[in-house]
Design a protein around this ligand. Structure first.
Ligand SMILES: [Zn+2]
Length: 466
């Protein structure tokens, strides 16, 4: 059996790994978009690095675009098989892939305007909404904890990764020439004691593990009460300074977590009487999807909804779909909280809110997630004095706060806890992916200290014989 790590090797985006058996069965694990890598991004995404027509199946760990976002191109370029995932992953992909197609259409229109001025050929988007519709017809759902054959010799079992709604660790059993190989692809691993989701589940013993390492060199803040800190920031910004609190948040997961914390503060009578906006049609759609998957919630939240059936809604909170309503918030001088996408601040309505608010010392920008270093979000997270938004320079005068408690990724201790269900001596090799190089190097040392003898850091498109 051969493993080829095509994407997310020395970075955290573009997840895509190919498994090939001796009998020439080929499955692709995830097919994500590279994101935030500057000019190289588009080129990386246009070359899949695999022949789509030669693939038997795709197994998708979860719906995040850096894991699912290039599936429409794969289908457009000739993939004929099925794409296996959990049911919530399919439902989320319906909105996320369509959103991705729309973002690409507007991005490409902007790029082509520039190219036209330079007398260059116009570019085409990677895919269109029509390509997404075609792609979605290839999806097939498989429940958690059930064995399912995706080819003659490869069966999969999804276990809960606790990362986002529907996220799965992919456990594969590969039968080749009478020999069984157990292979695990972790996808992205969530945190223990997540606000909404269940803990990452124990997974079957593996011979080989392809493991994420986003926070391979970091620990999340341990004893900080995120609810109290959020309340302190709300009081300082919206009550003391009568300013705006801008929270860039991923539409999926982070937005619902922040809203749920605000819902709890509201129920406890601690939240001041200010307006709160979730400014994103995508976040609005995804919140509706979350409400329908109560069985994916952890026990604490299932208990909570017995007294408050909607943890993602309360008076004072308004979900905004229309662009005009979003732009109108710029005119408002009232203190308020605005939660908008994208979390990395590289796209979406958050950019106009930042442009409107970041140079006013009455306001606060609260960063609640990972941002690629060098991106706008990365610069704000690092509290740089000046940033560029829509190509224009802005002085950063707003208070900048970072709350890392809301990460959807396990830190290194949690990753070690997640891997502790394995008999380390029986694991022949661990491949670290989905991490910056420094995080992977640090995590390799930690894993070796834990007793995993062979830990490998794949280079882009490196192939391994298993
Ligand atoms: Zn993810």
């Amino acid at each position: 059996m051969r493993l080829k790590c095509i994407g997310a090797t020395e970075t955290v985006t573009g997840s895509k790994h190919l498994l090939e058996t001796e009998t020439n069965e080929r499955i692709l694990l995830d097919c994500g978009l590279f994101q935030g890598l500057g000019k190289a991004t588009d080129e990386l995404n246009r070359h899949l690095g695999v022949d789509p027509s030669a693939l038997d199946a795709v197994v998708l760990s979860h719906a995040h675009i850096d894991h699912s976002g290039n599936l429409p191109l794969l289908v457009k370029q000739g993939f004929k098989g099925h794409i296996y995932c959990t049911l919530p992953t399919l439902i989320l992909c319906e909105v996320l892939l369509m959103d991705s197609a729309h973002i690409q259409q507007s991005d490409i229109a902007y790029i082509n305007k520039k190219r036209e001025a330079e007398d260059k050929e116009p570019l085409k988007p990677l895919y269109t909404p029509h390509d997404v519709e075609k792609c979605l017809r290839h999806f097939r759902t498989v429940p958690y904890n059930a064995d399912f054959f995706v080819t003659n010799s490869i069966s999969i079992r999804f276990t809960d990764a606790g990362h986002i709604l529907g996220s799965a660790v992919v456990n594969l059993t590969v039968k080749e020439n009478g020999k069984l190989t157990r292979f695990c692809y972790t996808g992205d691993v969530g945190r223990y004691n997540d606000l909404i989701l269940k803990d990452p589940a124990v997974f079957p013993q593996a011979d080989y593990i392809v493991c994420e390492s986003t926070y391979g060199d970091r620990l999340h803040e341990p004893d900080v009460n995120a609810e109290e800190r959020l309340l302190e920031i709300v009081m300082d910004t919206c009550v003391e300074k009568r300013g705006k609190l801008i929270i860039p948040a991923f539409s999926l997961g982070r937005t619902q977590e922040i809203v749920y914390v605000l819902d709890k503060l509201k129920n406890a009578g601690k939240l001041p009487d200010i307006k709160i906006y979730v400014d994103s049609p995508l976040s609005t759609d995804i919140t509706d999807i979350m409400r329908e998957h109560v069985t994916c919630f952890n026990e604490r939240l299932q208990e909570y909804i017995k007294t408050d059936p909607d943890p993602f809604g309360f008076s004072n909170l308004r979900y905004i779909r229309e662009k005009n309503d979003s732009m109108a918030l710029n005119e408002s001088k009232e203190p308020c909280i605005i939660i908008a996408a994208s979390g990395m601040m590289d796209a979406g309505r958050i950019k106009h809110h930042l442009a409107n608010s970041i140079s006013n010392p009455r306001n606060t920008v609260l960063v609640v997630g990972y941002c690629t270093p060098g991106s706008l979000g990365g610069d704000i997270r690092e509290k740089k004095a000046h940033v560029r938004i829509f190509g224009k320079p802005y002085d950063v005068k707003a208070r900048i706060e970072v709350l890392d408690n809301y990460s959807a990724h396990a830190d290194y201790q949690e990753l070690i806890r997640f891997l502790s269900c394995q008999d380390k001596k029986a694991v022949k090799e661990v491949f670290l992916v989905h991490g910056e190089q420094a995080a992977k190097l640090a995590f390799k040392e930690k894993l070796q200290a834990e007793g995993f003898t062979r830990v490998t850091l794949p280079h882009p498109s490196e192939t391994f014989m298993l």
